[in-house]
Ligand binder design. Structure first.
Ligand code: S3P
Length: 193
């Protein structure tokens, strides 16, 4: 997949970006990447892809099984391979939600940059992220104590901040965050569907 390059801008900038054809949502566990991604794709009439689901389909196992049976290093390899596969496919007008660790891996961030993908960092205070994860019924192998969660968040934050846009999601619902992403990127629904 070759995506029309966009000029990088400072995190938090709200100037519309034209020509965006693929949006990657990044951020920590609980940031709402998948739910916002689905809402954004629905609103734009774009396709939606969740990288974790692609990993599971390729591996024939759930994320937690990959972690349990093969370890995190193996999961990261599967994640990188799935991302490579996704980027190699033709196709524009799609929203891609990445797992919380994907963009923090330098080689993944580089691949996305080379493909010209527009990256949006969804953020919230770490205690809110933790609370959201605890409330959800999703198995997350890296969701352990609050201390470990916070350490991991802090170790990744600088990577997430490389995104072209950064959006604070705290106290906002999914639809309003999706609308904010679209507004920041100057995106409108496709008219040919
Ligand atoms: C991970 C986050 C998860 C999933 C895997 C690893 C991480 O995705 O990719 O458990 O390293 O933070 P979510 O961010 O969607 O929970």
């Amino acid at each position: 997949m070759r995506i029309k390059p966009v000029r990088p801008r400072a995190a938090g900038a709200s100037v519309p970006v034209s020509g965006v054809q693929v949006v990657f949502l990044v951020g920590f566990m609980g940031a709402g990447k998948s739910s916002v991604g689905q809402a954004l794709a629905r609103g734009l009439k774009w396709a939606f892809e969740d990288l974790d689901r692609r990993i599971e389909a390729r591996e024939g196992r759930a994320i937690e099984q990959i972690f349990q049976q093969s370890g995190e290093a193996s999961f990261r390899e599967a994640e990188h391979a799935a991302l490579r596969e996704l980027l190699a496919e033709p196709g524009t007008h799609r929203v891609v939600a990445l797992g919380g660790g994907a963009f923090a891996q330098a080689h993944n961030a580089l691949l996305i940059k080379q493909a010209g993908g527009c990256v949006v960092f969804l953020d919230a205070p770490v205690d809110e992220l933790f609370r959201r994860c605890r409330q959800e019924n999703t198995e997350r192998p890296l969701l352990r104590s609050m201390e470990q969660f916070q350490q991991l968040y802090e170790s990744r934050r600088a990577s997430y901040a490389q995104a072209e846009q950064q959006i604070e999601t705290s106290d906002k619902d999914v639809e309003s965050v999706a609308a904010e992403v679209a507004r920041r990127l100057g995106l409108r629904p496709r008219e040919d569907r």
